[in-house]
Design a protein around this ligand. Structure first.
Ligand code: RAT
Ligand code: ZN
Length: 419
């Protein structure tokens, strides 16, 4: 196995590995076309992405109330956003630049700055053809969805025998159960589960039955929840009891990992709807407590606050049942993804998954993964070059499988779904 002798050769090998490796995107909000209107794609969806909406509301200030804006049809919302963020000013923010990267990736010319031309392109294709095109372009082999049985639009789709594109993998999302028990209790009662708001009577058995039913129906690759910064484990909340007596035992019985995304403060500005969430500092001691109390369960963890990243990485050094994934949402900007990924490699070697896309609109896979690949190329080149400098040779054949692991394969292995 020939060692690579200098930085230029190492950089070429890393880039070649990143370009040729297929990706497993372990957390998205995408759906296959069989899910109908839940699959979002095209220029109007990209422009009205909630990451961009907040920038629009800041820019228009008092001129346009969110309530009035949200009442408009989507195309009119997109027209306004295009005009304010892309025509009247230079779109230098990450989310705006992301739209242009997607257009370029699809072979459209960002320089024409003409929304009508972009709309025409999307009108000329179908969801299925577009999906095939985008997955091929990005080399995405599998994308894990976010499937919420508490969502009244999604729930009825999961009838017996529902089949969909096998490039999509389901994840059973249970935020409502863990964070909003009174609401979850109402939904479960409507679905004929014998549950009580005070968690008494048959409630715990019934919640276990609910989870088991949905695991059977959906066959998820993991269970998942995003949690507020105030999340504590253990405490005397309904969430702790539900984790202890229902979620984690059921997950263990089915060999399923639990994904926890911690740090989101929902509805800080409720007028902005989905765009109104912020973040806060979370409690990593609770993560350690969970990994200790359920040492046979596997936890996929990501945190939203920049200040929590280092503590989480140190925590992961102590628990082999904790696998860190992704730079989530507000830390998914180039300056921070690079900083965080370097730090994680320094503390954890390869035993984490640097990125997921969190894409809500199919096309966003293009910019999110081209950014991820570029960031990983910079970081891994530095790390392998530093290794070579010690006199320890690195070869192409060794680099390639490690890169593939970092693009989702290691996470799949961790959750017991080796591909
Ligand atoms: O990144 C996002 O789009 C957020 O709105 C959230 O959905 C977050 O990723 C989550 O999964 O809770
Ligand atoms: Zn998400």
């Amino acid at each position: 196995m020939a060692g690579l002798s200098n930085r230029t050769e190492i950089e070429a090998a890393v880039n070649a590995a990143l370009d040729s490796s297929e990706i497993v995107d372990i957390h998205t909000h995408l759906f296959s076309p069989e899910f109908g209107g839940l699959l979002l794609w095209g220029i109007d969806e990209m422009l009205t992405y909630h990451y961009i909406l907040t920038e629009f509301f800041r820019t228009v200030g008092f001129e346009i109330d969110p309530e009035r804006f949200y009442d408009l049809p989507k195309t009119e919302q997109a027209d306004l956003i295009w005009d304010r963020l892309f025509v009247r000013q230079l779109p230098i923010s990450e989310s705006c630049r992301g739209v242009l990267t997607c257009l370029k990736g699809l072979g459209l010319d960002p320089a024409v700055r003409n929304l009508a031309i972009y709309r025409k392109y999307f009108a000329g294709t179908t969801p299925q053809a577009h999906l095939d095109h985008v997955l091929k372009l990005t080399k995405i082999r599998k994308a894990v969805m976010t499937n919420d049985p508490f969502d009244a639009e999604e729930r009825p789709l999961w009838k017996n025998g529902f089949t969909y594109d096998e490039r999509f993998l389901p994840a059973l999302r249970i935020d409502t159960l863990l964070v909003e028990w009174p609401k979850a209790c109402g939904v479960l009662a409507e679905l004929d589960y014998d549950v009580r708001p005070d968690l008494g009577g048959k409630t715990m058995n019934e919640v276990r039955r609910f989870l088991t039913d949905w695991i059977t129906r959906m066959r998820p690759v993991y269970l998942a929840a995003s949690l507020p910064p105030s999340f504590r484990y253990p405490d005397d909340s309904a969430g702790t009891r539900l984790l202890d007596e229902c979620v984690l035992p059921v997950a263990a019985d089915h060999g399923l990992a639990m994904a926890m995304m911690i740090g989101v403060r929902r509805g800080v500005n409720p007028r902005l709807k989905l765009a109104g969430d912020a973040l806060g500092k979370s409690d990593m001691t609770s993560v350690a407590n969970l990994c200790t109390a359920f040492n046979q369960n596997r936890f996929l963890i990501t945190v939203l606050g920049r200040e929590d990243q280092h503590e989480l990485a140190v925590c992961a050094r102590k628990f082999h049942n904790l696998h860190i994934f992704g730079c989530w949402w507000y830390v998914n900007v180039p300056s921070l993804t690079e900083e965080i990924t370097r730090m994680r490699i320094e503390l954890l070697g390869h035993t984490f998954t640097p990125q997921h896309s969190d894409a809500r609109v199919l096309d966003q896979l293009i910019y999110k993964w081209s950014d991820n690949r570029r960031m990983l190329a910079r970081v891994l080149t530095d790390k392998y070059a530093a290794l070579a400098e010690t006199g320890f040779p690195v070869s192409r054949d060794e680099i390639t499988p490690e890169v593939t692991d970092m693009l989702g394969r290691a996470a799949m292995r961790f959750i017991g779904r080796d591909l």
